[in-house]
Design a protein around this ligand. Structure first.
Ligand SMILES: [Ca+2]
Ligand SMILES: [Ca+2]
Ligand SMILES: [Ca+2]
Length: 144
């Protein structure tokens, strides 16, 4: 994971992220595709769909979704995504959404995501288990 801030996300990176969100590859991200992130994370971590952290994550993602869909037509095009990802909106609404996924992953609610919890979350985001484990090791620089 690079330390690049939101403002420096390249078009290539935005395209990769957009392609990941556009699960059926039709060139637009639907609300269902976007919110499916929450359901995948919840089921990977064994969280019930009505668990408070899952409901909170759904609300946080809903906010991001509304923010991204600038023309409110229920679809996010790459152009919308590209414009949105370059602005403060990214910081403002993405941070709580990512935080909400963190809360889903933090099964014992100790405020830390353990290696095992992190791997399950990343697998849910369709990374291979191996890449997720490597990504965690990259972040966990003091190996604790
Ligand atoms: Ca799609
Ligand atoms: Ca739109
Ligand atoms: Ca934990």
């Amino acid at each position: 994971m690079s330390g690049a801030g939101a403002a420096t996300i390249t078009d290539a990176a935005k395209r990769r992220i957009f392609a990941m969100l556009d699960a059926d590859g039709d060139g637009v991200v639907s609300r269902a595709e976007y919110l499916a992130r929450v359901d995948r994370a919840a089921s990977a971590l064994g969280r019930g769909a009505d668990h408070p952290v899952v409901s909170a994550a759904r609300r946080a993602h809903e906010v991001v979704w509304q923010d991204m869909d600038a023309d409110r037509d229920g679809r996010v095009t790459f152009e919308e995504y590209r414009t949105w990802a370059g602005y403060d909106a990214f910081e403002r609404s993405c941070r709580p959404a990512l935080g909400s996924l963190f809360d889903i992953a933090d099964l014992d609610a100790d405020g830390y995501v353990s290696r095992d919890e992190f791997v399950r979350l990343r697998v849910a985001a369709r990374n291979t288990e191996e890449a997720a484990a490597a990504a965690f090791d990259d972040l966990d620089t003091d190996r604790d």
